[in-house]
Design a protein around this ligand. Structure first.
Ligand SMILES: [Zn+2]
Length: 90
């Protein structure tokens, strides 16, 4: 589930995981329960442990997380070393 950033006027920003369909709707601050508004940042995807899910997220994650981008920014990257051993030909 994507994680979005919201900002409370009293408490500052906090993160909330919610369905994409509800990304822009308002929410309440978990601390003071005042209305909080969404801060528009690129959605981050939560890390899930299942390998199938990781494979699906690899491409999307590379678009948002510079640490996995070594070259060719903005284009699909080759799979990371752990998922593509050197002895496997594509
Ligand atoms: Zn608050």
């Amino acid at each position: 589930m994507p994680v979005y950033v919201f900002a409370c006027q009293e408490c500052g920003s906090f993160e909330l995981a919610r369905p994409m369909a509800e990304a822009s709707s308002r929410t309440c601050c978990p601390t003071c329960e005042r209305e909080a508004r969404r801060v528009f940042t690129p959605p981050r995807l939560t890390r899930l442990a299942t390998p199938a899910r990781r494979a699906l997220e690899t491409e999307e994650a590379s678009a948002h997380e510079p640490r996995v981008v070594t070259e060719k920014r903005g284009r699909p990257l080759r799979r990371r070393r752990e998922s593509a051993p050197p002895w496997v030909l594509h």
